[in-house]
Design a protein around this ligand. Structure first.
Ligand code: NIG
Ligand code: FE
Length: 406
């Protein structure tokens, strides 16, 4: 049992709160018992039974739930620093893809890399993410695009989930792009995904979600619909890369198929917003991708004001978002998506938990939640997201055990 006392500001982030209300409590305390939050509230209300518990002095700092990065492409071979320079010189993301760069070049590098190399690289990145206060990460395949290499990526996630403290949530993104060897026969590639890969993934429990990139140059809404029907039959839940570079009806498709989340949505239109309202689908905003691509941002204000939950994630990948800095994404959500600091924090905790169907277990610091807890070197949430430092995270607890102390 451990008591965290002298918390300057505690963000409890209850999932039932509206997004603008992160459940902030000044001068708070929190009790951890067997990996679970046993009690949290104003320190002056601490029940007497906990008064003698071993105490950690939080020195007036901010305490938040462990951050949840609910959209990443964690495992990939190589990097694409050369494309960074091309984009700065004016080439678009899609122009680079059309000449063999982009996702296809990472597919090549990922196929060439051994499982061991990829595992070590992803493990190191997870260490950095944990040090920023990120305790749960959704991670997609999508750089293998054949049987051997899609399974290789998903297997790496399974190994890493067991090996280190960050909880991983795996998503099958075989429908990222049509790989080069199938460009003349897209149907055959979809058949491979539906008839071979999805049943195998289901049999071996290798992923919880099925995702697809619906965009010109990737997959049509009709193709994704067919894939999702097969995935749902095999017990996979649905996520969707939707309306990222153009309005392609992705948000409406997400609502139609009962997707847990629709991600990107930079080009969502009014019909898409109406479709998401009341659908239960979480909108996942990825402001780092907008920053790096010089693209528009998801219209968070319109979505939140219409009652759609908006999560904030990094989209970490070697092309459109080569940064895994979730607090930076939260700051950008404030500056470029007009989200308040409380909305951004809810976006990276309770709303992100909903985007991975875990909102009853993580993403909040109410009694009964898993004790994934971060102490931030700042007196308040506003101060943390306004006074940006490379890493303000001081201590991290996962399931109640201390895993980072700086
Ligand atoms: O979410 N949009 C598709 N996929 C990724 C980019 C992947 C890449 O460029 O390698 C994204 O932005
Ligand atoms: Fe993505």
């Amino acid at each position: 049992m451990r008591l965290l006392r002298n918390i300057g500001e505690l963000a409890t982030c209850p999932p039932e709160n509206p997004q603008h209300d992160a459940g902030l409590i000044r001068k708070a305390a929190l009790v951890i018992e067997e990996g679970i939050v046993a009690w949290s509230g104003p320190e002056s209300d601490l029940p007497t039974e906990f008064e003698k518990t071993d105490a950690t002095d939080c020195q007036g700092n901010l305490v938040i739930p462990g951050l949840i990065d609910c959209h990443t492409h964690l495992c990939f071979g190589g990097w694409r620093g050369d494309e960074f320079e091309m984009r700065l010189a004016g080439a678009s993301y899609q122009e680079i893809a059309a000449v063999g760069g982009g996702i296809a070049s990472t597919v090549k590098a990922t196929r060439e890399a051994s499982a061991d190399q990829l595992t070590r690289k992803a493990a190191r990145i997870l260490q950095h993410m944990l040090a920023l206060g990120v305790t749960t990460v959704e991670c997609k395949s999508g750089y293998g695009l054949d049987e051997e290499n899609e399974l290789k990526q998903l297997e790496i996630y399974r190994v890493l989930d067991a090996q280190q403290p960050v909880e991983l949530v795996s998503t099958f993104l075989g429908a990222h792009i049509v790989p080069p060897e199938y460009t003349e026969d897209r149907e055959a590639y979809l058949d491979l995904l539906i008839d071979v890969l999805i049943p195998r993934i289901n049999r071996d429990g290798l992923a919880e979600y099925c995702d697809a990139f619906v965009e010109a140059g990737a997959f049509t809404a009709e193709e994704a619909r067919r894939l999702f029907e097969a995935a749902k039959r095999q017990g996979l839940k649905i996520k969707l890369h939707a309306d990222q570079l153009s309005s392609g009806g992705g948000a409406s498709l997400a609502a139609e198929v009962g997707a847990v989340s629709a991600e990107h949505l930079e080009y969502i239109d009014e019909d898409g917003i109406s479709a998401l309202v009341g659908s239960g689908t979480v909108a996942v905003s990825l402001p780092l991708a907008s920053l790096y691509l010089g693209e528009r941002y998801l219209p968070a204000r319109r979505l939140i004001d219409a009652g759609v939950p908006v999560a904030v994630a990094t989209d970490f990948n070697p092309g459109s978002a080569p940064s895994f800095h979730l607090p930076l994404a939260m700051m950008l959500a404030c500056l470029n998506q007009q989200m308040t600091p409380q909305e951004a924090l809810m976006g990276a905790t309770s709303r992100a938990a909903r985007a991975i169907d875990r909102e009853q277990r993580i993403g909040s610091l109410h009694a009964g939640y898993q004790a994934d807890i971060v102490i931030i070197d700042a007196p308040s949430l506003n101060h943390w997201l306004y006074h940006f430092t490379p890493n303000a995270c001081r201590r991290v607890f996962k399931n109640g055990a201390e895993v980072v102390l700086t």
